[in-house]
Design a protein around this ligand. Sequence first.
Ligand SMILES: [Zn+2]
Length: 413
Amino acid sequence: MKADPDRVLRDLYHLRKIGTYKSGVHRPTLSQDDITARKWLAGQLADIGHETCIDGVANVFGRAPGAGPHVLCGSHLESQNHAGWLDGALGVVYALEAARVAASDNQLVGRGVDVIAFADEEGHFSGDFSFLGSESFVGEISEEQIDAATDRSGRGTLREMLAKQELDGRQRVSMEAGRYCGFLEAHIEQGDRLESAGRGIGVVTSIVAIWQYRITATGFQNHAGTTTMKSRRDAGRALMQVWSAIEASFPTVCGPDSVWTVGRVTLQPGQPSIIPGQAEMVFQFRDADPDNLNRMHDALTRLTREVDAASPCALELEVLAQSSPAHMAKGPKDALQDAAQQWAPDHYSIMPSGAGHDAQVIARHIPSGMMFVPSIGGISHHWSENTSDSDIALGAQVYVQAVLNLLAANSNG
Ligand SMILES: [Zn+2]
């Protein structure tokens, strides 16, 4: 049994027509196009005999018949605003394909593939959660948290948007952990490692942790022409000293896969002829290895303290978020690696994921694995995001094979 790459491509091209924007899609969570895509998926799953629903947070869930054990497969269907056609959709269509293949395999007696398209992985709604759909599915989100969530683009509250689509008040589907021998999510890489290495498949080892900080410098706001260089207390300059020290020092303390970014800098009052009295930057780094994370944290603390001591300004370091890395489990990882070796011998990489995914939520509850296909030019969250048809086809074969491997390894006899 194997994937039908033509069917996979046909499904992906169909989804690309729902909310088309240039060569990508604009399909924010709970928009009309997003609902159209969700209903399409529910229909496809019903066609192969799955018990199907769109739940109270817009998760689409298709439950395979049979006592199991089953594999849970899926990703997300909504897109970022005016973004790519494969981010999320690829993993959902692979999951659907795996479910179809399993449904037509009569040797699997009672075992199969449940499919889920998680709602709002892309975070259109802000609230006291990171991944609305997957965290709801595993029971980590309360009704109060849903009450408080609102759309970042001002379309309304989550409750209002759910009500508009007649989803509010529906039951939310809860994961039955005992039903599954594992979860597998496929996704586009969204970076250029695979393309640079000339590889077609990435087997993910872990999803990185993100540690985020606010660094604030407080000096004294004053006249840019009359205040001598010696007497001024320039908060902007002090903050830039921290940034420059980070760039000099981090390469000596980071790990081989660490990345770090100053994503925002603000100077107050931000006028050409005024010495900034206050300066602030938001800084984050990512890695999957706790030792690397701790070394970078210690370096950041030390550098901030050094600039605080040496400059006429006061420096302050505030932790905004410190998530934990999510490690993929051996069973699903082996199933993926064996499948990659079978379909793409020596044409795959073992690698971490630098981006967050629903798999990191599911991994807290059942053994989980992830695989990547290459992103052309490493581009994602942009309408020009793309992957070649041949890489999509190869990925489908590896993914479906991995699902079958995982089912075979958990046959209960
Ligand atoms: Zn995604």
